[in-house]
Design a protein around this ligand. Structure first.
Ligand code: GLN
Length: 459
């Protein structure tokens, strides 16, 4: 059914970079056989899934949306991919993304943009626009995404899907081609909060292959989602973030239609019995600046491995080129403009003499943000904000304005800097353009279950 749907709509949506019909069908047949045999099955056994093309898959191309890795077929599975295979989820294919996960619209993919299924002239968010669009277009019931600054939650918001960034370290990053190691997290993209809980529990847990993997078991999420679905939030304290769509909105680029929907979500929380208060997190306004130093610093170093020698694209200039000439020509041809921009920024920020002024300062802001979260969570159980400042914008609208593109992640970046978990839940559609709006919940580190309890009630 999903393969038929992909065949029918993916020519327009372009959520997939690679479709593995044969593999998915044989995995589905194996699942049917297990069922017929009366085997003990995982709850998601046989439920198809789409995988963002930044996660390695044995035998399936993994391009990260870049020409640099065109044609690369990894010899190993990411831990999360292994887990979904072991649980019997057929993999439909690999989804489109901004090159190396840099972007908020999937327009930076070297293979052409993905379109928002709600309106094909709109962006599906990014960098995981492919995963979100696949789920929103009913091409896949589940998908995996990655969130370094918002790439699961912001696409979720603008496509009307549920997207979760788990606590840093609670889902393995092994086999995730790193954008920024200290910020990256793999997480679920689904249509319901309960589906995300099921997928999150499946992919979570300790992995000895990831040095930053936490040892705390990832459990209780499905139970929390079921408890939340009763719609009773009595005793839950929710903080509306003053600086993110709270009192100070209107000054900071929040679209009025998004704010109206957000106000409805806050009202609903109160109606469901939650105790809603306003909370201030003054350092959040510096999160964007800190992120765009830390992320380029980490990614410029990560992308140094694409040297045209070991794997990836190799361009050999005429004449008798040196190794350096080959490297230069290959990196010039293989990387897109946004990737080059960040490599230059990161290399500059880390260069001697500037290190303390830029990277050092950014790390201090990161600590202040962690402190802000700590103080906030002394007062409330979860924080709430709109997920992204506007609904899906037209393709091309922000392509020439990197800063405008970066602003999409205003509300999502603090969680990445602090390692805290976050979820984006559909909050209905805008009264201006009829496009989806998302509401974001944030919880303390390792308290992901709270997102599911409150999220399922709000849904
Ligand atoms: N839009 C953000 C960026 O471009 C987020 C990326 C991400 O989460 N992978 O960096």
């Amino acid at each position: 059914v999903h393969l038929d749907r992909i065949a029918a709509v993916d020519g327009d949506v372009h959520a997939f970079l690679h479709i593995d019909a044969e593999g998915a069908l044989s995995q589905a047949a194996a699942s049917d056989a297990r069922r017929a045999n009366g085997d003990a099955l995982h709850a998601l056994d046989g439920v198809p899934i789409a995988v963002k093309d930044v996660l390695t898959t044995i035998g399936l191309p993994t391009t990260c949306g870049s020409k640099m890795l065109e044609g690369w077929v990894p010899p190993y599975d990411a831990t999360v991919v292994k887990k979904i295979k072991d649980a019997g989820l057929p993999i439909l294919g690999k989804t489109n993304m901004d090159e190396f996960a840099m972007g908020s619209s999937t327009e930076h993919s070297a293979y052409g943009p993905t379109r928002n299924p709600w309106k094909l002239d709109r962006i599906p968010g990014g960098s995981g626009g492919g995963s979100a669009a696949a789920v929103a277009a009913y091409e896949a019931p589940l998908a995996l995404g990655t969130d370094t600054g918002g790439s699961i939650r912001q696409p979720g918001a603008v496509t009307g899907t549920v997207g979760v960034k788990p606590t840093y370290g609670s889902v393995s990053r092994y086999g995730l081609v790193a954008l920024a190691n200290s910020l990256d997290q793999v997480g679920p993209v689904t249509r319901t909060v309960l589906d995300s809980a099921l997928l999150h529990e499946l992919i979570g847990g300790h992995d000895p292959l990831d040095s930053t993997s936490t040892t705390t078991p990832v459990t209780g999420l499905v139970d929390a989602a079921r408890a939340g679905a009763t719609g009773d939030l009595k005793g839950v304290k929710v903080g509306v973030i003053k600086e993110l769509g709270g009192q100070e909105n209107g000054q900071s680029g929040w679209a009025p239609d998004v704010m109206r929907k957000f106000a409805e979500s806050v009202d609903l929380l109160t109606k469901l019995g939650a105790d809603v208060v306003e909370v201030s997190t003054p350092s959040f306004e510096h999160a964007m600046a800190a992120y765009y130093l830390i992320l380029p610093a980490e990614c410029s170093s990560n992308l140094a491995k694409f040297d045209a020698m070991r794997y990836g694209l190799r361009v050999t200039p005429d004449g008798s080129p040196s190794a350096e000439d080959v490297m230069k020509a290959s990196r010039d041809a293989g990387f897109g403009d946004e990737v080059k921009r960040r490599i230059i920024l990161g290399t500059y920020a880390l260069s001697s003499g500037y290190y303390d002024a830029y990277y050092g300062q950014a790390q201090k802001i990161r600590t202040l943000i962690i402190e802000d979260f700590k103080k906030a969570f002394e007062q409330v159980d979860v924080l709430v904000s709109p997920t992204s400042p506007s609904t899906a914008f037209p393709l091309g609208a922000k392509l020439d304005d990197p800063l405008a593109m970066y602003m999409q992640d205003l509300a999502t970046i603090p969680a990445n800097l602090a390692g805290t978990p976050g979820i984006s839940i559909p909050a209905g559609v805008s009264d201006v353009d009829g496009l989806p709006v998302g509401v974001q919940l944030l919880a303390p580190v390792l308290e992901d279950a709270r997102l599911y309890r409150v999220g399922a009630a709000l849904e």
